[in-house]
Design a protein around this ligand. Sequence first.
Ligand SMILES: Cc1cc2nc3c(=O)[nH]c(=O)nc-3n(C[C@H](O)[C@H](O)[C@H](O)COP(=O)(O)O)c2cc1C
Length: 185
Amino acid sequence: MRILAVSGSLRESSYNTSLLRAAVEAAPDAVEVELWEGLGELPLYDEDLEADPPESVRRLREDWAAADAILFSTPEYNGSVPGGLKNAIDWASRPRLEAALRNKTVAVVGASTGQFGALWAQQDLKRILGVAGARVVGTEIPVPRAHEQFDLEGRLLDGEIFEQLRLHLTTLASEAVAVPERVAA
Ligand SMILES: Cc1cc2nc3c(=O)[nH]c(=O)nc-3n(C[C@H](O)[C@H](O)[C@H](O)COP(=O)(O)O)c2cc1C
């Protein structure tokens, strides 16, 4: 079982990327979590490029389609999902019938320096992923005051959040296994 981990932040010291590194450690037995990089290389979505897209978009589509499931970690920008993450999802939602996100089992987590832990962004992200054709499982995992949750090396300090991540991954993996053959991506 291979779960791809996609951070919505491009920032070198991103708390969301750190949260996904913690998810790599929290993965239950027989589940491998792998960080995906490539968000920053994508051009802005352009329907004219869809039939013959640039290499960065091809890689996105291949990598996301090949994963058994995807875990997204989103920051919150002005009350919602960062534009770069939305852009990647738009690319991965087309062409509709063969889209990388079609019937893909996905879950979300999120961290912000605010007191609500990117809750609005996670709620929006779940809705966007559902509209894009993905199977969204699990609830949100808000990580508030993210600047206090990681040490200087970016390691997650809170054992409770670590356990929530493990549970989230367990749910995601079991839901991905349960996808019927005929609708599997
Ligand atoms: C453009 C912008 C808008 C932001 N808007 C919000 C917001 O609406 N709510 C919030 O909790 N934090 C907001 N923040 C703060 C982010 O939560 C904080 O920068 C966080 O560390 C970003 O995630 P990262 O560490 O993964 O890059 C905003 C930050 C930026 C740069």
